[in-house]
Design a protein around this ligand. Structure first.
Ligand code: PRT
Ligand code: ZN
Length: 286
């Protein structure tokens, strides 16, 4: 039987949708609906396992799965031996200290002597150790944010994204303990065959990630302004310039970062550019 790489992703939760989308954008087709526990891709040597996120680091470290997509917070907390292949840029969040909003808090030293409730005792104890803070950790598995209100703890250390959960529980965010995003993690010992499949997958993921937040731009430019406009559009290498049927005009094609686009738009117009088209890009192979 030919080698298949086993990829573990979250079955249902905050990581699932983006994980599935990423793999599908890599051109890998597999079914992901319903209560599927595993699914074999039909056009790439990969098998997808659908698991609870907390189980992914252990499965990957033990080699039950070869690679997995999981939050850095979970990967680091479990202290499993994993290789971080790359960060994936989604499910970003932070692990922060929250204290009752009326509490005086002047900095991390204020944590000395406190009881801190968390589901992340390992990450928190590393943080306290590194910052030379003596506090006690109260491990709880869920609804951490209610701990101060019921007198279980003085402060909490929990995942924050928008911050609204803290606010609605009468807490304020103080110190950021850890910043997290989804990562692709691998078992430290992969066979050469599996490593080759992973390399191909990584190549595809890079192409998808390079294309994110970039746009393809096409615009008409009077020939005398080509140089000015070219300088405004760095592109992958340099813009493509093609003559238009109308004499004295050319069409320029290039790639721009979406974040730069609005800034250069007015400069492009000033330089005489017209008929500006901006299109999405699916993949960029460098
Ligand atoms: O069932 P399973 O065990 O697989 O899933 P889960 O319920 O344990 O995890 P899930 O799906 O909630 O989160 C998976 C991963 O998403 C986490 O490990 C983080 O890496 C990442 N992530 C990103 C988040 C958040 N954002 C997030 N906001 N995980 C949890 N939250 C929770 C947080 O615990 C808190 O209760 O959302 C609340 C705070 O959100 P805000 O926006 O109010 O600040
Ligand atoms: Zn979980």
């Amino acid at each position: 039987m030919s080698t298949v790489l086993r990829l573990a992703i979250q079955k249902s939760g905050r990581l699932s949708e983006e994980s599935i989308k990423l793999i599908k954008e890599c051109g890998i087709e597999f079914s992901s609906g319903g209560g599927t526990l595993k699914s074999v891709a039909h056009n790439f040597p990969i098998e997808v396992l659908f698991l609870r996120d907390d189980d992914i680091p252990g499965y990957v470290a033990d080699g039950v799965a070869d690679i997995g997509i999981v939050g850095e917070n979970v990967a680091v907390e479990t202290r499993k031996k994993l290789t971080t292949v790359r960060q994936l840029g989604f499910s970003t969040c932070r692990l922060s200290i929250g204290v009752p909003k009326g509490m005086e808090f002047t900095g991390k030293e204020s944590l000395n002597g406190m009881r801190i409730a968390t589901s992340y005792p390992n990450i928190l104890s590393d943080y306290l150790f590194e910052n030379n803070i003596k506090a006690s950790i109260h491990e709880i598995s869920g609804s951490v944010e209610i701990a101060p209100g019921i007198g279980l703890a003085d402060a909490i250390c929990d995942i924050v994204s928008s911050g609204s959960t803290l606010i609605s529980n009468g807490l304020k965010e103080t110190e950021v303990v850890f910043r997290s995003q989804a990562i692709l993690a691998a078992c430290p010992q992969l066979s050469a065959d599996k490593q080759a499949i992973l390399d191909e997958l990584m190549f595809r993921i890079s192409a998808v990630k390079n294309a994110e937040k970039t746009k393809y731009i096409m615009l008409n430019v009077p020939d005398h302004a080509i140089k000015t406009v070219t300088n405004l559009l760095p592109g992958v290498k340099s813009p493509t310039v093609m003559p238009l049927a109308e004499k004295g005009w050319s069409s320029l094609h290039s790639v721009v970062k979406e974040s730069d686009f609005w800034e250069i738009l007015s400069k492009l117009k000033e330089a005489g550019a017209e008929g500006i088209l901006v299109l999405p890009i699916e993949k960029i192979v460098k």
